[in-house]
Design a protein around this ligand. Structure first.
Ligand SMILES: [Ca+2]
Length: 147
């Protein structure tokens, strides 16, 4: 590339074009997702409770949403806090927790936590999806948490 830039066979315009192309290829600094995740439930849940709840369902197919919401402390929180938690889990901010977000549910609580198995994801979705639209809305979520 430097050879091209110093070469007299291309004009200034072409050189600028090459330069801007190279700049656009440079990696951009991204926020550290681990830090974001760590802060996601700050002010709502306490970290030790989250860690205990995650540890409790570390084995595949051992996830139970009732146990989890009780252990992490969410079931004892106010309707407002439950709503805040919903919007953390609704990663794409669509207003619903879709199946792919449900699968990565545990990872929104703790970076590096396992994904739910397909069976766990389906069972979780079926438990919450009372109107049968294939996703969990904020009211359905509130009912699940308090179940
Ligand atoms: Ca969503």
């Amino acid at each position: 590339m430097w050879y091209l830039l110093h070469s007299s066979s291309i004009n200034v315009r072409q050189k600028l074009c090459i330069l801007s192309l190279c700049t656009s290829l440079l990696p951009r600094r991204r926020p550290k997702s681990k830090d974001l995740l760590k802060m996601a439930f700050a002010g709502i849940l306490n970290e030790a409770d989250i860690a205990a709840a995650i540890k409790d369902c570390a084995a595949a197919d051992s996830f139970n949403y009732k146990t989890f919401f009780a252990k992490c402390g969410l079931s004892g929180k106010s309707a407002d806090d439950v709503k805040k938690a919903f919007f953390v889990i609704d990663q794409d901010k669509s207003g619903f927790i879709e199946e792919d977000e449900l699968k990565l549910f545990l990872q929104t609580f703790q970076a590096g936590a396992r994904a739910l198995t397909d069976g766990e994801t389906k069972a979780f979705l079926n438990a919450g999806d009372s109107d049968g639209d294939g996703k969990i809305g904020v009211d359905e979520f509130a009912l699940l948490v308090k179940a």
